[in-house]
Design a protein around this ligand. Structure first.
Ligand SMILES: [Mg+2]
Length: 283
């Protein structure tokens, strides 16, 4: 009986997939790229969408909170812009050369015999640049980006543009828990919404109960937990609701999750014993 249990544990490891966010997860927040992204979003709102400068900071944050990303929120409340133009403005001017190759992370990822998938709200050009700069090309079987989850989005027409005063009215009603107020629906599929996670699971055939999910955003982590993922909050050592493991830096995977490498050892042992039996049979 004990043998059967052991044998089952060996053939069915706890995890079979690692799901990674990119920004502030595969590289640290201290790189400064996130602050530049926020700045570029606000510049876009002022110079391309004509939103008053003194309202931009608060609106940017509130739309992010309600709609998952500021871009999704801007579209939901009716601003008409091209997604590629937005991404080009916000990400296209980032100083990617400040990111250096990370051979430690590359070795960690490549040494683990699990499926590895990236799930980011960013556009595919940004994702590809970051992965290339970090020296992580070839480490992931698939990169799920904005375009993957929203393939036909540029053909959808936006709703009528609201005045920013109206947007703030909606936001304040929402903050006061008036659930009878219906928010405009965003056409964008993105984290932290459960539907985006479910979509990713279907597209990639991921079993969330056997997947470790790495992200720096607590709201993404908490949704991830609700949909069945094992969660690793990256960038902090604090625990919070929905967090299984907290990592100050992605490099700390080895110390925090040694069982991942035990699974490697089990697998190697299993292969060795199968080879031994095969040799004995042939002999
Ligand atoms: Mg992130």
């Amino acid at each position: 009986m004990a043998y059967e249990e052991n044998s089952q544990q060996m053939s069915e490891p706890r995890y079979d997939c690692l799901l990674f966010d990119i920004d502030d997860t595969l590289y640290p927040f201290s790189s400064g790229l996130s602050a530049l992204v926020t700045n570029n979003i606000q510049e876009y709102m002022i110079h391309k969408l004509g939103i008053e400068e003194d309202k931009v900071q608060e609106l940017c944050l509130e739309l992010y909170k309600i709609y998952g990303t500021t871009m999704a929120g801007l579209k939901a409340v009716g601003y008409d812009f091209d997604y590629d133009d937005f991404h080009g403005f916000v990400h296209g001017r980032l100083p990617y050369t400040t990111l250096k190759p990370d051979p430690i992370l590359r070795n960690i990822i490549l040494s683990l015999p699990f499926r590895k998938v990236v799930f980011t709200n960013a556009d595919k050009a940004h994702a590809a640049k970051i992965i290339a700069r970090l020296g992580l090309d070839g480490c992931f079987e698939r990169i799920i980006s904005f375009e993957t989850l929203n393939p036909n989005i540029n053909t959808e027409s936006p709703a009528a543009v609201m005045e920013s005063r109206e947007i703030f009215d909606i936001i304040s009603y929402t903050a006061n828990s008036d659930t009878s107020i219906k928010l405009p629906k965003t056409p964008v599929i993105c984290k932290p919404f459960e539907g985006a996670f479910e979509h990713v699971f279907k597209m990639t055939n991921i079993n969330p109960h056997k997947t470790l999910f790495f992200d720096d955003s607590i709201r993404n982590i908490q949704t991830g937990k609700r949909v069945g993922l094992h969660t690793v909050w990256v960038g902090t050592s604090h625990k919070d609701e929905g967090v299984d493991i907290a990592l100050e830096h992605i490099h700390n995977i080895r110390e925090a999750l040694p069982e991942l490498w035990e699974a490697v050892d089990d697998k190697t042992e299993e292969i060795r014993s199968k080879q031994k039996v095969a040799i004995e049979i042939i002999a």
